[in-house]
Design a protein around this ligand. Structure first.
Ligand SMILES: Cc1cc2nc3c(=O)[nH]c(=O)nc-3n(C[C@H](O)[C@H](O)[C@H](O)COP(=O)(O)OP(=O)(O)OC[C@H]3O[C@@H](n4cnc5c(N)ncnc54)[C@H](O)[C@@H]3O)c2cc1C
Length: 640
């Protein structure tokens, strides 16, 4: 088939109103045979346009499609900041002469929560400015919206919801309560009925490049494993080993005491355990590529002990002592159709009620109450949120010990601007802070630079109908080894006038997840390279890979990527989850010597919030760290 024919078949050549990225960088995506074709086409100047690209200029940011998340212009300056371009406080094109009680760098949940806590302590007359580099607030908690056939479809572009792998503190719970979110109503908001009615469940997609043929097998975890693996395109040796692992295993470490087993497992990866101790066929490892441990660790970066304690396969013959690894409060779970974007909206609704159709919106009304973005930064308002404004430098006015204010420089519309603040909270990425404030002590800068955020991608694909999923009997599919390892139907919720999906003939958002990595390297190195891959891959390359993936996977169910895909938003998050420590990759040091604790120390009138400062990638950490940062400044200023 010619390049053009491949692109036609996948729907890449359909016209769209506007297309943002056509630079055809030669990045090879996993399994993207066709991607090489489109790259060549793009280079030759013959790059086609498809129907699902960027509606970038709609005034309502959640409706912007194409490349979102940490999109190009939002993070373009990060590299220059990191390289020391702003070591000297930059010449300012526009000194706004604005003076604030508090400037917050970062408009994610942490920054917004910090504004809330500050006002709760000192009242609404306090002048606060939140600066963020994106065109929407919420940080990772972003909403994606599509419009099709006169109906709107909402998806989550990042933070999926309130979840409790770590229990919520009373500080975080109180905030959730103040926002009127009753987590116990989660069942009403989750719309799983349509899938249950059709008995749709999990499946695995074995792709041609890694498994020799394209095939979806439904029922992993639902039907007996021998039956499941009998349908999968695997060699006899691999099939036998996978059946063994998924059944009752012998004790592969029979000669060791329980303590010795635990000590060994803490220091080897799950993959090494399977290869060296369970002696599985190396090709069996491919099946697990896409699975792993907490914080998106993969089979080769998950400590075997963590995998064992999570109940992963291979360990049930070891007779490890029961260990309640983490205290779980399982009911503390909640999901809005746009994930925690609604939580961010509820926060902003409390901070700037005039930007919303009504004050004090509730969990029932927030989903259908879009903010007026032009009112977030109103002159004269004591509470302002300024978007598309990356901060490049933060410096005390004069000597650290006597300074009464801090200058904050940011970029906006290609110019440098400056504001002054009595206090500053850095609720942004830890790794950038040493360059924003080079005056910090070296030990603190080193500690802030220790962690490497986890790169992630949440892709939302609006499809015309989901009959192909129904025919294949799946609602969510794991695709080991592929760029997107997770694909699931997102049924939405029927809440506050928003309508979730009910039948397969309706359009639906298909949510795909990706954690780009480079198996075999250390975890931090994999994170770095994964982020780099996200930053250098064009939207067209992502789109082509997505079309090819969905076409190969769902084709036997009747899916046609060219006509069935009617909207596409790729939320790339090179600066994704906060880094968490583990026994394989990090030294075992006392909690108070952890880099995030050393890194988050207050420095004069400036302190640090954000989930990185808690070394845990969850909303509750973002809230807790905001609370700590506010309290630190209140104590410093004698305001408690
Ligand atoms: C894809 C994805 C899914 C997730 N799912 C969940 C989930 O389901 N549940 C959960 O609890 N957590 C989830 N998380 C974790 C999430 O990170 C936390 O829940 C929380 O939202 C982090 O908030 P934050 O404010 O600390 O950081 P962020 O959300 O990253 O916000 C920080 C903001 O500061 C901005 N910023 C950085 N540098 C600058 C600068 N120089 N100038 C101006 N602004 C700057 C950033 O761009 C960002 O907008 C998810 C994260 C990702 C990436």
């Amino acid at each position: 088939m010619t390049d053009r024919a491949v692109l036609d078949e996948l729907g890449m050549t359909r016209r769209i109103p506007r297309r943002d990225f056509l630079n055809g960088l030669a990045v090879t995506l996993t399994g993207a045979v066709a991607a090489r074709n489109v790259t060549a086409a793009a280079r030759s100047g013959d790059a086609p346009q498809s129907q699902s690209g960027t509606a970038a200029q709609t005034p309502y940011p959640p409706a912007r499609t194409g490349l979102r998340g940490n999109y190009d212009s939002a993070v373009r300056e990060f590299d220059a900041i990191q390289k020391g371009t702003y070591r000297q406080f930059p010449a300012i094109d526009n000194d706004t002469r604005e003076d604030y009680d508090l400037v917050i760098v970062g408009g994610g949940i942490s920054g917004l929560a910090a504004a809330h806590f500050w006002r709760r302590a000192l009242g609404p007359a306090q002048k606060i400015l939140v600066l963020d580099n994106h065109d929407d607030f919420g940080g990772h908690a972003k909403r994606n919206e599509f419009s099709y056939g006169g109906r709107s479809f909402i998806g989550y572009g990042g933070t999926m919801g309130i979840a409790t792998p770590y229990p919520y503190s009373y500080t975080a719970k109180r905030l959730v309560e103040e926002l009127g979110i009753q987590v116990e109503r989660n069942g009403e908001f989750l719309n799983r009925g349509a899938f249950q009615k059709l008995n749709l469940g999990p499946g695995m997609f074995f792709d041609r490049e890694h498994f020799g043929e394209d095939r979806v097998v439904a029922g992993n975890g639902r039907i007996p494993w021998p039956e499941f693996f009998a349908k999968a395109p695997l060699s006899e040796a691999v099939r036998k080993d996978l059946i063994r692992l998924h059944g009752q295993n012998p004790d592969y470490l029979a000669e060791m005491s329980a303590d010795a087993k635990m000590a060994l497992l803490a220091k080897i990866s799950w993959q090494d355990f399977l290869l060296k101790h369970a002696k599985v066929h190396p090709d069996a490892i491919l099946f697990f590529r896409g699975q792993g441990g907490r914080n998106n660790k993969r089979i080769d970066t998950t400590p075997a002990l963590e995998a064992a304690l999570r109940g992963s396969v291979g360990f049930n013959g070891l007779h490890l002592p029961e260990r309640g690894e983490t205290f779980r409060e399982s009911s503390y779970t909640f999901h809005f159709p746009d994930g925690n974007a609604s939580l961010a909206r509820l926060l902003v609704n409390r901070l700037i009620p005039s930007a919303f159709p009504a004050a004090n919106l509730t969990m029932d009304t927030i989903v259908q109450a879009p903010p007026d973005y032009t009112k977030l930064d109103a002159a004269g308002s004591s509470m302002r949120v300024r978007l598309s404004s990356p901060v490049v430098r933060v410096q005390h006015d004069g000597d650290l010990h006597h300074a009464r204010s801090v200058r904050v420089a940011y970029l906006r519309d290609g110019k440098t601007h400056a504001v002054r603040a009595a206090n500053v909270i850095l609720a942004c990425n830890n790794a950038l802070i040493p360059a924003l404030m080079p005056e910090l002590p070296d030990s603190q800068k080193q500690a802030l630079a220790y962690a490497v955020k986890v790169p992630m991608m949440y892709t939302n694909v609006l499809v015309r109908r989901w009959t192909s999923f129904a025919r294949l009997g799946v609602a969510n599919v794991n695709s080991p080894c592929m760029l997107h390892t997770g694909t699931s139907l997102d049924p939405g919720s029927t809440v506050g006038g928003y309508q979730g999906v009910t039948v397969p003939e309706e359009p639906i958002v298909v949510h795909m997840t990706s954690n780009p990595n480079k198996p075999g390297l250390s975890r931090k190195e994999q994170n770095r390279l994964g982020a780099q891959q996200l930053l250098t891959t064009t939207f067209e390359q992502f789109e082509l890979e997505i079309r090819r993936h969905l076409g190969a996977m769902l084709g036997p169910g009747g899916f046609d990527p060219a006509s069935d895909i009617v909207g596409l938003t790729v939320n790339r998050w090179p600066y994704g989850y906060a880094y968490t420590y583990d026994s394989l990759a990090d030294p075992d040091v006392p909690p108070e010597q952890r880099p995030h604790v050393i890194g988050r120390q207050r420095f004069g009138q400036v302190t640090i919030a954000n989930a990185d400062a808690g070394a845990a990638a969850f909303t509750n950490q973002a809230i807790d760290e905001a609370h700590r940062a506010v309290e630190e400044l209140l104590i410093k200023n004698g305001l408690t």
